[in-house]
Design a protein around this ligand. Structure first.
Ligand code: SF4
Length: 333
């Protein structure tokens, strides 16, 4: 099968024929196709596994497949390569970056460490392999609090890169010797408290699912604290945690504060619940760079391959392994 034979069909319609081609090429390559929760619905439907970043990386590491095709953004494919260094890892478009991961470089982190000798570095999983290699312990949104609490109280902590997750952790732990990097995700930062408050007032019986990277995480906790929304209706959750919670939701409607691709899996998990986005413009353009045609090209041509320097990868892996040992790491973004 030559590529020119298959690509025009994809551009006309995404159909079962395209899905059959993806599966056939995956089988020929002994590849497993992984899709993040924020991917386009057709990519989620054709993938062998759909989930959050860490869960997918763990599947990559345990898979019998020779090749991992990671439909997500670049740092996620890198994390899969860090945990599965002997496998070939492909991403359908290597330009699919992440504004949060790009908000700190390894050089900037080294300079920050030099200003705080002896501090313990805690990095959220949305970071490049080079930054993870400079990190003591990685964390997810599910175990960030436990990771910080595991560090002796007299040690300074450098928390990066997300300022909203950092603020959430500082509020819960009450830790004053924790410095937070001023990074943010442009998509999550755009989900703000004003929109959230308006939607809560319009639907006071709704539950709230909030990703802690959201600009509205603070507002959600405030609304709970003031009793506007009963505390048990506000859930600060990773994307994987949202899916688990969807299966046991008590309300008829749920307001969801994260990237809009998440709604597809939530509606599939609990079709009787009305899941609505707090901000329906919160779409990650990097996630949507992975298209059906590019997935086919990746499987056909074996591109774009993700490389991580082995020595750097070993240091990054140690930080990720420490994260997995602490609390319930959940799945990250
Ligand atoms: S939604 Fe934000 S944090 Fe997630 S991949 Fe896109 S830019 Fe990065």
């Amino acid at each position: 099968m030559s590529l020119p034979e298959v690509l025009p069909r994809v551009s006309r319609t995404v159909d079962t024929e395209w899905a059959d081609q993806v599966r056939a090429l995956a089988e020929r390559r002994n590849a497993v196709v992984l899709a993040h929760n924020y991917q386009l619905p057709e990519i989620q439907d054709v993938a062998h596994h759909v989930g959050d970043s860490l869960a997918l990386s763990r599947i990559a590491a345990e898979s019998e497949a020779d090749t991992i095709v990671f439909c997500g953004v670049h740092f996620m494919a890198e994390t899969a390569k860090i945990l599965a260094p002997d496998k070939t890892v492909l991403i359908p478009d290597a330009r699919a970056g992440c504004s949060l991961a790009d908000s700190i470089t390894a050089d900037e982190l080294r300079a920050w460490k030099a200003e705080h000798p002896g501090a313990v570095v805690v990095s959220y999983v949305n970071t490049t392999a080079a930054v993870k290699a400079e990190t003591d312990i990685c964390c997810t949104s599910s175990n960030a609090v436990e990771v910080v609490e595991s560090i002796p109280a007299d040690r300074e902590v450098l928390f990066l890169p997300d300022q909203f997750l950092g603020a959430h952790v500082r509020r819960i732990t009450g830790r004053e010797n924790m410095h937070v990097w001023a990074g943010e995700c442009h998509v999550h930062a755009g989900i703000n408290g004003t929109e959230l408050t308006a939607q809560v007032q319009a639907d006071p019986d709704a539950e709230l699912f909030v990703h802690p990277e959201c600009g509205c995480a603070t507002s959600a906790l405030y609304l709970a604290g003031t009793g506007i929304v009963p505390e048990d209706r506000v859930k600060i959750l990773s994307t994987g945690g949202m899916l688990d919670a969807a299966r046991s939701v008590g309300a008829r409607s749920v307001l969801v504060a994260t990237e809009v691709g998440m709604l597809y899996q939530l509606r599939r998990a609990a079709p009787e619940v009305d899941f609505r986005a707090v901000n329906d413009r919160a779409s990650c353009r990097f996630m949507k760079m992975i298209t059906p045609a590019k997935l086919l090209r990746a499987l056909h041509d074996g591109v774009d391959e993700v490389h991580v320097d082995p020595e750097l990868g070993a240091r990054a892996r140690a930080a990720v392994q420490r994260m997995i040992e602490i609390g319930r790491p959940g799945g990250g973004e």
